[in-house]
Ligand binder design. Structure first.
Ligand code: SAM
Length: 295
């Protein structure tokens, strides 16, 4: 097998400036030739997409993202298949494993937690496989920020409160302090900030926000294991949440949502159900500006 970084570089070069021709040949999530990289969703097997379910049901080999993919989902849909936990394995091990199984005619699927597009490191595996002549594609899933939002019975965008959503992670081993933009998102004022990969560092993250002068009363909700049977919600503010999460003892697998939307606080009714949409041609566009409306 080619060195994974060389494979990634070679794929990058071969793409050149143009789009991969398959972009125009298939719609998102369509069943295709090759190994699907499937978003397993946040945990509850009921939140796996129908396409994802169809593919895992047919799989001979399921390579999954360890404890982030719920054992309930693996038991329910993958009991018939060989299961391989990807945690602790590097590309040098994973890529030949998937390639060899695919080449002898097995149906191989790669199961990522949530959606593979978010903090999944899917692309480097896909590029390495493509370089080995194995086609791949993505089947989307429900990302954990959306599950956390459903748990909290809120919206991440909320009229008059949050016009934007940031998917982000805190500084740490793999993110330099200058690449940590959590404080910048809060500074913008109308952003719901969704922090992935930050459960172990909630207290430090909040301390940095306080040091940067953010309002200590800014709402924060931490949703542990959204959609799992042991799902838990810890509510607080920038000032209080760190201690509460430490008390609960969670060090992984939680979504941290910062902003008024986490508490559904102070929003206004939208234009959509205020006679505004009906003034457009089909309710999908603002007649005056041609822009798309909320749904
Ligand atoms: C490696 S990232 C993968 C994210 C995943 N691709 C997604 O779309 O949700 C792992 C992080 O996602 C978040 N996460 C994953 N599953 C979760 C769940 N069920 N509830 C809350 N947070 C979750 C946690 O912040 C965890 O540290």
């Amino acid at each position: 097998m080619a060195d994974p970084q060389s494979a990634v570089d070679a794929e990058d070069e071969s793409r050149g400036d143009g789009l991969d021709p398959r972009v125009r040949e298939h719609t998102a999530g369509e069943r295709q030739a090759g190994i699907p990289f499937i978003g397993a969703g946040p945990g509850d097997p009921g939140l796996l997409t129908l396409r994802g379910k169809e593919l895992v049901d047919d799989a001979d080999l399921v390579v999954h993202a360890g404890s982030l993919v719920s054992s309930e989902l693996l038991e329910e849909h993958c009991a018939h298949a060989e299961l391989v936990n990807s945690v602790g394995k590097d590309l040098e091990e994973l890529v030949p494993l998937m390639r060899d199984a695919y080449e002898v005619g097995n149906s191989v699927v790669r199961l990522h937690s949530g959606d593979p597009a978010i903090y999944g490191a899917a692309l480097e595996q896909m590029d390495a496989l493509e370089h080995e002549g194995v086609p791949t594609y993505i089947v989307p899933g429900v990302t954990s920020a959306f599950a956390a939002s459903a748990t909290l019975r809120t919206q991440l965008t909320l009229n008059g409160v949050a016009n934007h959503v940031a998917f982000t992670r805190p500084q740490g081993k793999t993110l330099e302090p200058e690449e940590d933009h959590i404080s910048d998102f809060l500074e913008m004022g109308d952003v719901t900030t969704c922090i992935y990969l930050g459960t172990h560092a909630v207290a430090e993250t909040m301390d940095r926000l306080l040091e940067a002068g953010h309002d200590p009363d800014t709402p924060v909700a931490v949703v542990y294991h959204a959609s799992w049977p042991d799902e838990d919600v810890i509510e607080g503010t920038i000032e209080t949440i760190g201690d509460r999460v430490e008390e609960a003892g969670y060090r992984a697998s939680a979504m941290v949502l910062i902003g008024d939307a986490a508490r559904k606080a102070g929003y206004e009714r939208s234009y959509l159900y205020d006679g505004w949409a009906s003034r457009g041609s089909d309710g999908d566009a603002d007649a005056d500006t041609g822009t798309e409306a909320d749904d």
